[in-house]
Design a protein around this ligand. Structure first.
Ligand code: ADP
Ligand code: ZN
Length: 742
């Protein structure tokens, strides 16, 4: 038998090895093995087994043994890894690597093991005790045997309280074959420090009943698709549907995976799942230590838990009998991985479900265009939950056109329109809370000299206005490469002293808010403020407990948070994201606006939302009406007209390097080789400088392929990208179904 083995460095190549006879019955697809490689030895995974190799048998080396440190990968995951590698044009090593947490893969953290001893043969043991009863030097051994006879099985530690305990007695008895040992993994029982009171399922509403009915049909294999799009407003009770669907799956003896966007994995979410499922649940936080991650993986792999909840990578939880995958907020862009393999967890969830005959629930209040399209073509089932469980009226939303505002007095910041200022004041006087949202961090966006026209920009990156000015830290930081320079006090070109900062970020908004409402307690949440995950919890906790009146923040505060005291949300620049040269800009803006709007009025009082804008936009109008269906129709028409996804598929290929000519030449050569794969349904946009032309001294070129029937060209792209050798310093990154074309 031949094993096809991939090692960590084999760069998308499998190597054939003979399987020695003594391993033949135990090697399987997914086994972790050690193999001779060149003059050294390496760890690798068996990707396939074969009867014959295309190499002559005398040229083949043999597998040396099983890898002691690494667990085997379940075969179903190996299949998924191969699919990812081929669909996303990634190397097999990269794909296999994403399947396993680093700690598990490297075997750096050893599994905690316990040695348990037991008697090999009762008769022999009893004979030994009787015949050696008088020999005092064997006293300790006899004690061990007596105890093991009584208990059946035990660890050394259990006997340590005994005066006559001796570790060496165990070893001696093992050597004589009277007792033997086995190793078992120690279960650490992960504790996420959350106190929960067990709760039980709620009586489903009519909408929930319909959703659960469809899920039951789906689980019974009676539906045309294994995927349900659960399209329900916030508060329509989707999470309760997930919880009850999971209970059904557990009752069938199967397991479930719940994916949530990273930012939603808050204690609030975890608490609800923990309360319902207790120790059956494994929580895969990004904050787990290597050790904990390793333990959780093993708890799942050994069937000790039945449910895993986590962000993107929880999709690869090694359950053997998966029944259901839930993808909450399926439209969320954090499901797309930005490194190779650039997979989309929602799409891979659908594939994993198919490979393992598991069902998939995609939940959202604003489903992605892709999922809606799949419903339209009959690929997914749809379940619409229109009613809100609590019948809470939606917030009242006003759009304030800043162009109609009176001109501000000189020297006075006009970030907040008079209407918004009034609304905040009203909240303060009533003891309610407000959220002010501006999706840009920092104090100002750019520094200019009014005298000579100088404009500061990061020299390593291209785009205008790439610098963000932080007044508290007195630095300019580049939002593309993260580079930091001290903020100049005078114009570096002409020495003029009154340099100006343009544009505004959350830091300026905060100081502005403090100026307008001197008595208010103001907090700010953005990536500048949040140095650690604790900062995040601390400020949210303060806000939740009413110790802050106004919370200023970026998209960090947009999602999922539940603050009953908040009755006002103000969006400073609602049109901020609309000018991005990306066909998803409208969708992203709509989702962002409706999400922040959803933070208002979650308590008793009805919420009010103010969108400030300085342009006319259909997207903002639909968002203000909370009219997702209307927006979706509008956005779909736009995409269909231009044949953008979901009406076509897309592949983006980025070329990068310090030498622009090398990059451009290689990109052209690459594109030239693909010309042979073009057909009438494919449009290839030839390489050109990407919208962000340069990041960190690296020039960037982008070519895109879009259309239908991309399979063949995708395979060609994969082979070209992985196996051609670009000039030194140039690299290629393939992004299939890209979320970001910048
Ligand atoms: P979503 O996930 O769609 O935002 P949730 O499942 O979180 O909605 O439900 C919103 C609120 O309504 C929660 O507080 C939840 O406990 C409550 N809820 C959900 N389903 C029911 C039900 N069937 N009966 C009573 N309350 C419910
Ligand atoms: Zn930069």
């Amino acid at each position: 038998m031949i094993a096809k083995v991939i090692t960590d460095i084999s760069l998308d190549r499998e190597f054939d090895y003979l399987i020695p006879e003594n391993m033949e019955s135990s090697v399987r697809v997914g086994s972790a093995v050690t193999v001779p490689f060149g003059r050294s030895s390496r760890c690798g995974y068996v990707l396939a087994l074969a009867e014959k190799s295309s190499y002559a048998p005398e040229k083949l080396k043999s597998v040396s043994g099983f890898s002691a440190d690494r667990p085997a990968i379940p075969e179903n995951l190996i299949k998924l890894g191969k699919w990812i590698s081929s669909y996303y044009c990634a190397t097999q090593e990269h794909s296999i690597r994403t399947l396993l947490p680093a700690a598990v893969r490297s075997g750096r953290v050893r599994e905690k093991k316990l040695k348990l001893y037991s008697i090999s043969d009762r008769n022999e043991a009893e004979k030994y005790i009787i015949s050696h009863a008088k020999e005092s030097r064997l006293n300790k051994r006899i004690k061990v045997l007596q105890m093991l006879l009584r208990k059946g099985e035990g660890a050394k530690a259990e006997f340590s309280g005994d005066v006559d305990f001796s570790a060496s007695a165990f070893d001696a008895l093992c050597k004589d074959g009277l007792i033997h040992s086995r190793e078992v993994a120690l279960d650490t029982g992960f504790d996420d420090n959350i106190e929960t009171i067990p709760d039980s399922p709620l009586e489903p509403s009519p909408d929930q009943r319909a959703a659960l009915e469809q899920i039951s049909q789906m689980l019974a294999g009676k539906t045309a698709s294994h995927v349900q799009l659960l399209y329900g407003n916030t508060n329509s009770g989707k999470t309760e549907v997930y919880l009850q669907a999971i209970s059904k799956v557990l009752a069938m003896g199967k397991s479930a995976i719940v994916l949530v966007p990273e930012i939603s994995l808050t204690p609030q979410t975890v608490r609800r799942f923990r309360a319902r499922f207790g120790s059956k649940l494994s929580v895969l936080h990004s904050r787990l230590s290597d050790r904990e991650r390793f333990d959780e993986w093993n708890r799942i792999n050994s069937g000790k838990v039945q449910i895993a909840i986590g962000a993107r990578s929880a999709l690869f939880a090694p359950f053997a009998n998966l029944g259901l995958i839930v993808v909450d907020e399926e439209h969320d862009s954090s499901y797309k991985q930005s490194e190779s393999p650039r997979y989309h967890a929602r799409d891979v969830a659908v594939v994993r479900g198919q490979l393992e005959s598991a069902c998939v629930i995609l939940g959202s209040a604003t489903p992605s265009a892709e999922s809606l399209y799949n419903v339209k073509t009959g690929k997914f089932l749809l379940c619409r939950m229109a009613a809100q469980v609590d019948n809470k009226p939606p917030p009242v939303i006003h759009v304030v056109d800043r162009r109609l505002d009176p001109a501000p007095e000189p020297g006075v910041s006009n970030l907040l329109s008079p209407i918004l200022i009034n609304a905040v004041e009203e909240r303060l006087s009533r003891g309610e809370q407000a959220i002010l949202f501006l999706n840009r961090r920092g104090y100002a966006r750019s520094l200019c000299c009014p005298q000579c026209g100088y404009e500061a920009r990061c020299p390593e990156c291209s785009v205008n206005y790439n610098y963000t000015y932080s007044r508290s830290r007195e630095v300019l930081s580049c939002h593309l490469c993260g580079g930091i320079v001290p903020a100049p006090k005078v114009c570096p070109e002409c020495g003029f002293e009154e340099i100006r900062y343009f544009g505004s970020g959350t830091e300026k908004l905060e100081s502005c808010v403090r100026g307008i409402f001197p008595g208010a307690r103001v907090g700010r949440m953005d990536s500048d403020m949040m140095r650690s995950a604790d900062d995040y919890e601390i400020i949210l906790d303060k806000f939740r407990r009413g110790k802050l009146d106004i919370l200023v923040g970026t998209q960090m505060i947009a999602k999922g948070l539940h603050f009953p005291g908040v009755t006002l949300v103000g969006v400073i620049n609602a049109d901020l994201g609309l000018s991005m040269p990306d066909f998803r800009a409208q969708e992203r803006t709509f989702q962002m606006l409706t999400q922040v709007a959803g933070r208002a009025g979650r308590g008793e009082r009805r919420g009010e939302v103010i969108f400030q804008t300085s342009r006319e936009s259909d997207v903002i109008r639909y968002a203000a009406d909370l009219d997702f269906d209307g927006f979706s129709k509008f956005d779909m028409e736009f995409r269909e007209m231009l044949n953008y996804p979901p009406f076509s598929r897309m592949i983006a290929i980025f070329f990068k390097g310090e030498n622009e000519r090398d990059v451009a030449e290689f990109a052209d050569e690459f594109a030239g080789k693909l010309a042979a794969y073009q057909h009438s349904k494919i449009r290839i946009v030839p390489p050109a400088p990407a919208p962000v032309e340069k990041i960190k001294k690296q020039y960037r070129y982008l070519m895109t392929i879009r259309g239908n029937g991309l399979k063949t060209i995708r395979e060609a792209v994969r082979i070209l990208a992985l196996h051609s050798t670009p000039p030194s310093g140039v690299s290629v990154a393939v992004d299939v179904d890209p979320q970001n074309l910048m």
